[in-house]
Design a protein around this ligand. Structure first.
Ligand code: NIG
Ligand code: FE
Length: 406
């Protein structure tokens, strides 16, 4: 008998995201059950057998999935999470035809600089609760709306406090290299990044990110920033080719970055280069559609070349203010041309790889953390089909039922 303190039984379709474990690219098991002990998966098997195989501890949770589809928790590998204020007016202006310039970032920076750590924790907490209702059980938290040492530190401290209190797994990224703040000469800011902020924030962040695009940083500048970060023990990522084709994808491969994100504009050969590397390509369908970059068509090219893909929200106040991963999967299919299977893998196991969490997150497998989503649907195919509807009905995070919609 296997001792467990949680069982989810009568699962109609269990999407494990472990191809070896079941049918097809998503490793699907029908009529299955999953059991956990102290937050870890200890048994996966036919639902008809759970009562004979499991010994439930006192007070164990028994969840009847009533034949629904169950997925691993979503992993959002690209989220800015912490900032102050809204830019809904800027969004409206863009819808009316004004192009994105990146200039709005400074508006958010000015407001965020005025926020206390407590303010940031409070709004972060609300956003994390909403994230949980949307099935996200692990996510990134970037800094980057301070662009000076004290605010960047406050953002990372707020992220650390949130990581201690939330059931979700958070991964912090220092993103002081989002852009050069207004009023500061570029070489001065670069020096501050490299000499002050990167060394100082290592205990607070495991990743360092830099934006390689016109209006942000050149590839040479990003190389300098990220080499320094690696020297201090960070793993590195890049916002690359979001606004124009450039050297970001190549640089990501050269630096063996964990991920290259956005990639809306590719140069010839970029997808082949990325496919031959360990770099995870994080596509952000909400941003791509928001900025009307659809048609550039890079996500399909990346998938066709065999790149490792992740599908993420890019949750931020300027270019995609949505934490809805079901919507991202839908947009990835409808607008970016990914298949439902590619999109679901990208939102789970791909996201986990892009945060180096794949040992514990991203799939339903013995020994991994028990993060499960019970859908208001019988098949994962309903996710893109019901475009934008949050089909996540119940959420198990770390082996505990944490969110119920109704
Ligand atoms: O990921 N790279 C940067 N910038 C963000 C947008 C930030 C903003 O507009 O506030 C992005 O899309
Ligand atoms: Fe981003």
């Amino acid at each position: 008998m296997i001792v467990s303190d949680l069982v989810v039984h009568s699962i109609g379709q269990l999407v494990t995201c472990e191809p070896g474990q079941g049918e097809g690219a998503l490793g699907i098991l029908e009529h299955a059950a999953v059991a956990a002990r102290q937050g870890q998966i200890v048994w996966i098997g036919p639902s008809a057998r759970w009562e004979s195989r499991l010994h439930l501890s006192d007070g164990a949770t028994v969840v009847d999935a009533e034949g629904c589809c169950v997925l691993p928790g979503f992993v959002d590998a690209h989220s800015h999470l912490l900032w102050k204020g809204s830019r809904a007016d800027e969004y409206a202006a863009r819808v009316r035809g004004q192009p994105f310039s990146g200039g709005g970032i400074m508006r958010t920076v000015r407001l965020t600089r005025q926020a206390s750590e407590e303010d940031l924790v409070r709004s972060g907490r609300r956003r994390l609760r909403s994230y949980l209702r949307h099935g996200v059980t692990a996510l990134e938290v970037k800094s980057g709306y301070g662009l000076e040492p004290d605010t960047e530190e406050r953002l990372l401290r707020a992220a650390r406090r949130l990581a201690e209190e939330t059931p979700q797994r958070l991964v912090s990224t220092f993103y002081g290299a989002q852009m050069v703040p207004e009023g500061v000469p570029a070489d001065e800011y670069l020096r501050e990044l490299v000499e002050v902020m990167i060394p100082r924030f290592r205990p607070l962040a495991s990743f360092c990110d830099a934006w390689c695009d016109p209006g942000a940083f050149s590839a040479d500048q990003c190389r300098r920033i990220l080499n320094q970060a690696r020297g201090h023990g960070y793993q590195v990522k890049l916002h690359a080719s979001q606004l124009a084709p450039g050297d970001g994808p190549r640089l990501a491969v050269e630096l063996n970055a964990t991920s290259a994100d956005h990639l809306d504009y590719l140069r010839d050969g970029d997808s082949r280069l990325l496919a031959g590397s360990q770099v995870v390509c994080v596509v952000c369908p909400g941003t791509t559609t928001n900025l009307r970059l659809v048609g550039e068509g890079s996500a399909r090219a990346l998938a066709a070349a065999g790149c490792q893909l992740a599908v993420a929200t890019d949750f931020n106040p300027g270019t995609c203010c949505s934490e809805n991963m079901c919507l991202m999967i839908g947009l990835a299919c409808q607008e970016l041309g990914l298949t439902p299977e590619e999109a679901v893998r990208g939102a789970t196991v791909g996201g986990a790889r892009a945060l180096r969490l794949q040992r514990q997150h991203g799939s339903v497998r013995l020994g991994k953390r028990c993060d499960l989503l019970l859908l208001e649907a019988e098949s994962y195919l309903e996710i893109p089909y019901r475009l934008g509807v949050n089909l996540v009905n119940r959420v198990v995070c770390q082996g505990r039922l944490v969110a119920e919609q109704s």
